[in-house]
Design a binder for this molecule. Structure first.
Ligand code: HEC
Length: 162
C-alpha cells in the first residue's frame, strides 16, 4: 500500500516538475538575446553577454572603418552567404540586424568559436532549436572576424534606431 502511494506521489511529482520546467522555459524566451537582457542563465555575466571564445574583454571600438567594412563584406560573401542572407531567414538567421540581438564581442566569439557557443550558450541553443542546423566553423582568423564585425557595425549604423 505505501509502495503504491509512494509510486503515485512520485508520478505526480514528475508531472508537476515537468510542467514547472516547461513554463519556466516559456518565460525565458524573452531572454534569448544577449543585448540588454538580464542574466537568469546561471552562466557568468561575461559569457552570458558575450559568449564563449577568444574575445574575453570588452572591445575598444573606434568609429567605423569603411575600408575594413568593405573587406568584411567580401568575407561575408565568400564564407557566410551560403547560410546567411541579410534580410531573410535562410539556413541561419537574417544577419543585417545581428548587432541588435548580440553584443559585438558575442558576434566575434560566435564567428570564431561556433561549436562551443552552440553547445553552451542559451542564445545559440535557442537559435539552434529554431533553425535545426548548427553553424559550422569557417576557420576565420581574428583579423577577418574583426573585419566582419566592422561590416555589421556599418550595416547597423544605417538601420533606423529604436
Ligand atoms: C553552415 C551554415 C552556416 C555558415 C557557413 C555560417 N553560419 Fe552563422 N549560423 C548558422 C545557423 C544555422 C545559425 C543559428 C544556429 C546556431 O546558432 O548555431 C547561425 C548563427 C549565427 C550567429 C548567431 C547570432 C545571431 O543571432 O544571428 C552569428 C553572429 C552568425 N551565425 C554569423 C555568421 C558569420 C559572420 C558567418 C561567416 C563567417 C557565418 N555565420 C557562417 C549557419 C551558418
Amino acid at each position: 500500500m505505501t509502495r503504491i502511494n509512494s509510486f503515485i506521489f512520485k508520478s505526480f511529482l514528475i508531472v508537476f516538475l515537468t510542467f514547472t520546467y516547461i513554463s519556466c522555459g516559456g518565460e525565458s524566451n524573452s531572454d534569448k538575446q544577449t543585448v540588454d537582457k538580464s542574466n537568469t542563465s546561471g552562466l557568468p555575466d561575461w559569457e552570458f553577454k558575450n559568449g564563449f571564445g577568444p574575445i574575453k574583454k570588452k572591445l575598444y571600438l573606434m568609429p567605423i572603418d569603411k575600408p575594413m567594412a568593405g573587406e568584411g563584406l567580401k568575407i561575408f560573401e565568400s564564407k557566410c552567404a551560403a547560410c546567411h542572407k541579410l534580410d531573410e531567414r535562410y539556413v541561419g538567421p537574417a544577419q543585417r540586424n545581428v548587432l541588435q540581438r548580440v553584443t559585438p564581442e558575442f558576434f566575434m566569439n560566435m564567428v570564431l568559436n561556433p561549436e562551443e557557443n552552440v553547445e553552451k550558450h542559451p542564445h545559440s541553443k535557442e537559435m539552434l532549436a529554431q533553425y535545426m542546423q548548427k553553424m559550422t566553423n569557417q576557420n576565420i582568423n581574428l583579423e577577418d572576424a574583426r573585419k566582419l564585425l566592422e561590416y555589421f557595425r556599418l550595416l547597423d549604423s544605417e538601420l533606423p534606431k529604436k
